[in-house]
Write a protein that binds this ligand. Structure first.
Ligand code: C2G
Length: 142
């Protein structure tokens, strides 16, 4: 039983996330996803659209995901690898070579997967913000 672990915020779940999860699961038999809590995100200067509970609920509905746990600190990863008997930590390529992950090579395999181009939570938020809110169009100013 090969156990895989990945970390992320997974806000406004999109096909880039799904493809990451699908490929991560394909590397083993059991996939654990540690999602950033709202408090941890605040520490990253990020505010997710969906709460931790909602993001957890959505990930638990993804067929590739076997367990969702909270990511509360940068420092918990070694404990996670030991506690869940993890063989491989997987992250998207934007983390390739990062000090936040490279030290894990002493504890497990570390795999970076290419990001899916053309989609990101930030881009979705920006594009949605550009749309007129539904309802009455703005009165024409003469
Ligand atoms: N991802 C991807 N392709 C995209 C967008 C995201 O492959 N188009 C991957 C990211 O590389 C990451 C995962 O999906 O591995 C989750 O992305 P985010 O929710 O943006 O995660 P991030 O903010 O990078 O948080 O401790 C690490 C952090 O929690 C990672």
């Amino acid at each position: 039983m090969k156990r895989v672990l990945t970390y992320g915020t997974f806000d406004l779940l999109h096909y880039g996330h799904i493809r990451l999860l699908k490929r991560a699961k394909a590397l083993g038999d059991y996939l654990i996803v540690a999602i950033s809590t709202d408090e941890f995100n605040a520490g990253k200067g990020k505010k997710a659209y969906h709460s931790y509970e909602t993001r957890k609920e959505m990930l638990e509905a993804v067929r590739y995901v076997d367990l969702v746990i909270p990511e509360e600190t940068w420092e918990q990863k070694i404990d996670d690898v030991k506690k869940y008997d993890v063989d491989i930590v997987v992250m998207g390529g934007d983390w390739r070579g990062s000090d936040r992950f490279e030290y894990l090579r002493d504890y497990c395999e570390l795999v970076y997967l290419d990001r899916t181009e053309g989609v990101s939570t930030t881009q979705i938020k920006e594009e949605l913000n550009l749309q007129e809110p539904p309802g009455e169009p703005e009165p024409k100013k003469d």
